[in-house]
Design a protein around this ligand. Sequence first.
Ligand code: 5AD
Ligand code: SF4
Length: 433
Amino acid sequence: MAKKLFLKTLGCAMNVRDSEHMIAELNRVEQYDLTQDESEADLIIINTCSVREKPVNKLFSEIGQFVKHKKKGAKIGVCGCTASHLGKEILKRAPEVSFVLGARNVSKITQAINSEKFVDININYDESEYAFGEFRQNPYKAYINISIGCDKKCAFCIVPHTRGEEISIPHDIILNEAAKAAKNGAKELFLLGQNVNNYGKRLSGGKKGTLNFSQLLSQISKINEVERIRFTSPHPLHMDDEFLEVFASNPKICKSMHMPLQSGSTNILKSMKRGYSKEWFLKRAEKLRQMSPDAAISTDIIVGFPGESEKDFEDTIEVIERVGFEQIFSFKYSARPFTTAAQMTNTIDDETASLRLQRLQSRHASMLDEMSQRYLDKIFEVYFEELRDNGMIAGRTSQNFAVCATGSEELLGKIKNVKITHPQRLILYGQVV
Ligand code: 5AD
Ligand code: SF4
């Protein structure tokens, strides 16, 4: 009988892809099949995130739950970013854990399960050209890594310490993977990296790539079966005119741009080491709106970064109002080990940070209420990918707006025009036309 694998994935899209790679390796080499029931699993893996402190704290109670419910003799492994940063401490705090595998060592998963108390969290390990097996959780949308690691030194961010230096994957590997995924039915490709629009800066072994990100996008868009291309995360600093031009003019590139602002205050941006000012960001966003008026812009914001004054916070609100982001992921600052911000002493108290987060979120919610009404009676192309209850089906527009319409299975995997009849803040309801 095949062995069973239960895998829990936390965090970002890169982790989702790392999990797919682990599933593929474990199936190819060890004949593991996935199960959704932890109590029948022979192997339980938690693929962790460490970008903020809360999920890290939760890890140990989660391990405790798995220990309670697992089958006798089943192994538990901890992978991903928290594995990278805590390493063998995990084995000390949770002796039931059999192995700890860092975010940059995914290809060693079969070695990890076959060794006693295996720990490998090397952040210099280079698996950028490793030929992983094939596995995709979503038949409609294929995640494709284009680079690993991150060379930026944002003061708040632990990622360069868990995923190591930035290495781009050679473009021929990416183009092959893209063509294969599209031929297998994934009309949409999602290109992944910590800093995607810095693509090509350094390949494995140190040499420079021959294509930059804009050129890579153009090449991928030439694959016939590819209908939509998305990517995450780009850095605002690398949003030059060439990139915005390709983004705006290529019809296969989804009109959804993530522009992580982090803070609207030039002072805070400086102390975060983001490399741009409030004015510079506003100009780039304005240029993007001019070149691509239909595009939606999403962003990430951190409130309560050390030293953030009321005036700094108001600058953030001002940028939000001026750009009119269609989506905001907002977080309270969380001090992380290995980061320069963790040494800063001018910290903001939790109550102030919570209040700011609330103010930001409620301001944005009312902006969204207003914005969503603009979509009434508009027609969007929707790629349907999920069946819902009550005869409804859900999908995404090019702008990444979630749309729900009446429809059944035969619409899955199809792109259809939908007229919006009931726009709501987070979901646009409509009818296929
Ligand atoms: N505290 C809070 N949020 C953080 N992020 C990254 N590091 C931290 C931190 N220490 C947020 C940033 C980033 C997103 C993925 O997570 O906004 O863009
Ligand atoms: Fe962190 Fe900055 Fe790299 Fe994003 S670009 S992962 S915020 S260091």
